[in-house]
Design a protein around this ligand. Structure first.
Ligand code: SF4
Ligand code: SF4
Length: 377
């Protein structure tokens, strides 16, 4: 990251943290947690620690367009207080319409000042989609349309972070018939690195992790083919789901009030989109790692995937999900087994599933029904 005379006057994250009464131990716990979320080894913890101790804070402009502010809410409610106290307070020193103390012309002056003082240094965070219909009239702030504000702020940004499914994919505003012409950020800004952090909202710790990565390494994290950080979006919700043994065994909830729902079986048949959704919910969870939708008995609705509002009813099961062979129809294991003269690999998968089903059913009969117990078998 380029340094400047102005940036050298900025306090480091560590200096600011100590001035707020946090101990070095608190700081170390925070850097260890964030490094773990980023999937870094122990050397990575040292790198994060060193960066936050020595580097001046990152100038950040955080814009809000067509959205409900749930991304900001998720970030503020992040389980670790340092996320809000250090990362967010530092951000609010620059510009964020929702949380900064200034308003009106003062707020606009603050954004302009940041753009002028830190050209090529600041990170532009965008929450919300941009309405392109009616010449941008659906979303105007300070007399300017969202598209004009975006393009002006993007011009001097070091990188852009698109927070949440609105900024990444348009979300509900862009669902058919998309009356305002809601458009995601990557379709409007060219020639800048863009990090997509989808979810409705994204997980607060994931948001903090992305920012800390940029601070630590001075560059954007490794992204997947659609522009999401691999550290958080490389696995399907299905891959980390604690109900997965039930799925593999063909044990499903048939309706939300049935006995299988009480037993905590797999939610695939009542519409769970976990098999086609990439997110960290099963690992990081929500509310200080307390739970996530599937743990509360509701299937994943695929909120981090493109067009999730238009991808079919939330409570209808996926008919198939390409690329995962036998798993795509695991609820019909019995039917497959009857005609299992297909390829050896499919037969093996079926056999494994049938065996698992028998083992799990015997455990269920013994009263061993928790996912923890089943995951050990
Ligand atoms: S279909 Fe849903 S509930 Fe079932 S294992 Fe996959 S993610 Fe979990
Ligand atoms: S479980 Fe699915 S719908 Fe729920 S927050 Fe995670 S990705 Fe979004």
């Amino acid at each position: 990251m380029a340094s400047s005379t102005t940036s050298s006057k900025r306090p480091t994250y560590y200096e600011d943290l100590r001035s707020r009464g946090y101990s070095r131990r608190d700081f170390m716990k925070f850097t260890t947690m964030i490094a773990a979320y980023l999937g870094l080894e122990s050397t990575g913890v040292a790198q994060v620690t060193e960066a936050l101790m020595t580097k001046p804070r990152l100038p950040v402009i955080w814009l809000h367009f067509q959205e409900c502010t749930c991304c900001s809410e998720s970030f503020i409610r992040s389980s670790h207080p340092i996320v809000a106290d250090i990362i967010l307070d530092k951000i609010s020193l620059d510009y964020t319409e929702t949380l900064m103390a200034a308003s009106g012309h003062q707020a606009e002056a603050s954004m302009r000042k940041t753009m002028e003082e830190y050209p090529g240094e600041y990170v532009l965070c965008v929450e919300g989609s941009v309405p392109m219909g009616a010449d941008g009239a659906y979303c105007c702030i300070g007399g300017k349309s969202a598209i004009d504000i975006l393009q002006e702020a993007a011009a001097g940004a070091k990188a852009i972070i698109a927070w949440g499914s609105c900024a990444c994919n348009g979300c509900v505003q862009a669902s058919k018939p998309n009356p305002t012409g809601a458009t995601p950020i990557h379709k409007l800004v060219k020639g800048k690195p863009i990090i997509k952090v989808p979810g409705c909202p994204p997980i607060g710790e994931v948001m903090a992790g992305v920012l800390v990565h940029v601070v630590t390494f001075g560059r954007i994290p490794e992204l997947d083919r659609v522009g999401r950080p691999k550290a958080f979006y490389s696995k399907r919700v299905h891959d980390t789901c604690y109900r997965r043994p039930f799925y593999d065994a063909g044990l499903f909830v048939e309706s939300f009030d049935d006995e299988n729902a009480r037993k905590g079986y797999c939610l695939y048949k009542v519409g769970c989109k976990g098999p086609t959704t990439y997110n960290a919910c099963g690992v990081t969870k929500w509310n200080n790692g307390t739970s996530y939708p599937i743990q509360s008995g509701h299937g994943c609705i695929g909120c981090s995937e493109e067009n999730f509002w238009d991808n079919g009813p939330f409570y209808r099961r996926l008919s198939s999900f390409p690329g995962f062979g036998i798993e795509s129809t695991a609820d019909e294991i019995g039917a497959f087994a009857a005609g299992a003269t297909a390829a050896g690999i499919a037969a093996h998968a079926i056999g494994t599933n049938i065996m698992k089903k028998k083992i799990i059913q015997s455990h269920v009969e013994e009263g061993r029904t928790s996912a923890e117990e089943l995951n050990h078998d």
